[in-house]
Design a protein around this ligand. Structure first.
Ligand SMILES: Nc1ncnc2c1ncn2[C@@H]1O[C@H](COP(=O)(O)OP(=O)(O)OP(=O)(O)O)[C@@H](O)[C@H]1O
Length: 327
């Protein structure tokens, strides 16, 4: 269903139309509710808008590419959904003939790690839309890019292999997610599935190339290439990462069990001192390569990637956003 409004008496100011990409399923209804508030505001102010609902998984890419290719002046494209929908929209823009097209974003997911990562202060969707409309210049924010055989994707948060990716897999396939989301406990949903993953996730071999150096791990367990600190709905896997420093961070945690794991995890939850632990290795670079030697689950911005022997080259890129940032 496409909603289209052109209200009589619309002030033909600089903004002629707002194109909204909506994932009405995101955040178990949070995105839909945010969209309703936003469109009510737009109507009250006689602004022209159109809502483009995603009709199936992955649809955000197609919609964003199409809207960017229309290249209309005076139009602002705004995504309302979670990190997965934002990821798709960024990839759609990058695949279009106008990859410099800016995107507005109103978070409505369950995790919303991107907004946490860029320290977005405005929480109210209507105030955020007002801010987006008032902005004259878009802001450039880092996004990661991963290239591999048959793989070319941009990501706004992170790409993970192993532990966190298995957690995404189990979370997406659990009935508890929906239930906990209803209670607005998306992070808890992720957390409870960690226990399942601790039981099932094996250690795996991993090679990392950075600069002229190579590092080998016999027993990698958590592997995250990240644009900012957060994954899994607010866990700061690398508190030193920043989406404004034109670098990507890579964190590798070796397989540990029992109390060693509990201690490390509590450091991660409390003060970020896990990065100094002897079982954790991390780098901050403009590019690096990863190769895991057995099939493992992967995740990109919370979206499942099929199980793979990943061979990925990471670089840093950027995307223009209609978002109020004070970094
Ligand atoms: N109409 C649809 N039917 C089925 N799946 C959809 C539909 N529209 C979008 N999706 C899928 O929903 C998934 C989740 O989207 P999204 O990440 O935006 O929300 P979320 O998981 O609630 O948020 P977050 O990632 O911030 O926790 C994405 O994989 C997207 O492709």
């Amino acid at each position: 269903m496409i909603y289209f409004f052109y209200l009589k008496g619309t002030k033909m100011s600089e903004i002629k139309k707002i194109e909204i990409i909506l994932n009405h399923l995101a955040g178990n209804g949070r995105a839909k509710s945010a969209c309703n508030k936003v469109t009510e505001f737009l109507e009250k102010n006689s602004l022209v808008y159109e809502v483009h609902p995603t009709k199936k998984a992955g649809d955000g890419v197609r919609i964003a590419r199409k809207l960017a290719d229309e290249n209309q002046t005076g139009v602002k494209i705004v995504v309302i959904g979670g990190d997965g929908t934002l990821n798709q929209a960024v990839n759609g823009i990058k695949q279009s003939n106008y990859p410099q097209t800016p995107l507005g974003y109103i978070p409505g997911g369950s995790g919303n790690d991107f907004c946490r990562g860029i320290k977005l202060k405005v929480k109210d969707p209507v105030i955020l839309m007002q801010t987006i409309l008032a902005m004259k210049e878009p802001q450039r924010i880092d996004v990661g890019k991963a290239l591999g055989p048959k793989f070319e994707h941009y990501f706004v948060n992170n790409i993970g292999i192993g532990f966190d990716a298995s957690t995404v897999y189990f979370t997406n396939h659990s009935e508890r997610k929906e239930f906990l989301n209803k209670l607005h406990l998306g992070t808890l949903s992720y957390f409870t599935n960690l226990l399942k993953v601790i039981k099932h996730q094996p250690a795996f071999g991993l090679g990392v190339d950075f600069g002229y150096r190579h590092k080998h791990f016999d027993s990698a367990y958590i592997v995250v290439a990240t644009n900012h600190p957060y994954f899994g709905g607010g866990f700061a896997i690398d508190p030193t990462a920043s989406p404004f420093n034109h670098h990507l961070n890579l964190v590798v945690v070796k397989k540990i069990t029992g109390m060693t794991f509990v201690k490390l995890f509590s450091k991660l939850l409390t003060n970020g001192s896990h990065l100094q632990d002897k079982n954790v290795w991390h780098i901050e670079k403009t590019n690096f390569k990863l190769h895991n030697y057995t099939n493992q689950h992967g995740q990109m911005d919370g979206e499942e990637l099929a199980q793979h022997e990943f061979q990925l080259s990471f670089t840093i890129d950027s995307q223009l956003f209609w978002l109020p940032i004070t970094n």
